[in-house]
Design a protein around this ligand. Structure first.
Ligand SMILES: NC(=O)c1ccc[n+]([C@@H]2O[C@H](COP(=O)([O-])OP(=O)(O)OC[C@H]3O[C@@H](n4cnc5c(N)ncnc54)[C@H](O)[C@@H]3O)[C@@H](O)[C@H]2O)c1
Length: 324
């Protein structure tokens, strides 16, 4: 009984793999270790997982059909699918990377689940980006998601739709998780916590888009991992006529103005930021806030980490990792 974790060298995949291993599961991690951001960080995450005896890793591109078919004999009964081309802004620069990883890659994962004999549950990453131009706040799972503001958001919505079709046709229990701005140790270099910490410690200015008037539901990684594992343990019932599919928001439910996030980073670094205000970025949204009614009710999801706790933990890890 092996759990396949796609994107295991990525930020969330690494933490999910670590948590699964800690509770005694057998994990097969795959990742193509691409250079969207410095692969050194991906290799360092894998090096931290490598000593675990129940962990195996293979460099596989999820868009590679035959490589994905090659995973069929590996005893996989559950999949946590986190590999993707992430990042809203980059989808304006390299749209085809999103098509390969998030559309073709999603289909190869669905086909793998379909082909596996004793398959139990596919949990996959969606995103708060599916809410796009939705104006009601906080974002509830039932809100409109047919007006994406970026190609990234559009591919994540497509993942949910393709998932629904496969759950319906092949009765594959499936859970989509809409993550809201995740941060924490081993985090991504293209995201705010890293960019601000890096610049503030180096004495470089930081850029705040939309003149700093943005709100994000910053969610600490340990809270997200608890939600992923709770979802994995609760596959939707595969009894007809219900389609065995669920979608949940996993967010902090405590949206913060960007200025509060910057203040937390300044406090943890012990250095004041030099701030440059800039206009809104194309594809971005003004505010994200998660309505977590369903995830709390069904998964017992309760984020407990405020930025006053999570940011110092991130900065401590960042300093140790960079020896700064
Ligand atoms: N971090 C967030 O705030 C956030 C928010 C919403 C959704 N998500 C989603 O959560 C998932 C994990 O995100 P993350 O923050 O850990 O990002 P990440 O970029 O750190 O991790 C993704 C991993 O997938 C790998 N990958 C990309 N394309 C691949 C391919 N074709 N084949 C195999 N591996 C491939 C990358 O090398 C990377 O290691 C993604 O699906 C992302 O879209 C993340």
């Amino acid at each position: 009984m092996t759990i396949l974790v796609t994107g295991a060298a990525g930020f969330i995949g690494f933490h999910v793999a670590q948590a699964l291993l800690a509770r005694g599961e057998r994990v097969l991690g795959i990742d193509n270790l691409n250079s969207y951001y410095d692969p050194t960080l991906k290799h360092a995450r894998l090096a931290a997982l490598a000593p675990q005896p129940r962990f195996a890793f293979e460099a596989v591109d999820i868009a590679d059909r035959s490589a994905m078919e090659g995973l069929r004999p590996r005893g996989i009964t559950r999949i946590v699918h986190l590999a993707a081309q992430a990042g809203v802004r980059h989808s304006l620069v390299d749209p085809y990377a999103y098509v390969a990883a998030n559309l073709l890659g999603q289909v190869t994962v669905l086909e793998l689940a379909r082909a596996l004999p004793d398959f139990q549950h596919l949990v996959y990453a969606s995103s708060s980006s599916v809410y796009g131009l939705n104006e009601a706040s906080p974002f509830a799972v039932g809100d409109r998601t047919d007006r994406p503001a970026s190609l990234y958001g559009a591919t994540k919505k497509a993942d949910e739709l393709m998932g629904h079709a496969y759950a319906h046709l092949f009765r594959i229990p499936m859970t989509g998780l809409r993550f809201f701005t995740v941060y924490g140790p081993w985090g991504r270099p293209d995201m705010a916590a890293w960019l601000f910490t890096d610049a503030i410690l180096a004495g470089r200015p930081i850029t705040l888009f939309n003149q700093g008037q943005l709100q994000r539901d910053f969610t600490y990684i340990d809270d997200i991992v608890a939600g992923v594992l709770a979802a994995l343990d609760r596959p939707p019932a595969a009894t007809a006529p219900e389609v065995p599919v669920k979608v949940y928001n996993l967010g902090n439910n405590r949206p913060e103005p960007l200025s509060a996030f910057v203040s937390a980073v300044e406090a943890a670094c012990g250095v004041a930021a030099q701030v440059v205000l800039a206009p809104m970025q194309p594809g971005d949204v003004l505010a994200t806030a998660a309505d977590i009614t369903e995830s709390t009710r069904d998964l017992g999801f309760r984020p407990v980490t405020p930025i006053s706790v999570g940011i110092p933990r991130f900065v401590e890890w960042f300093r140790a990792y960079h020896q700064r």
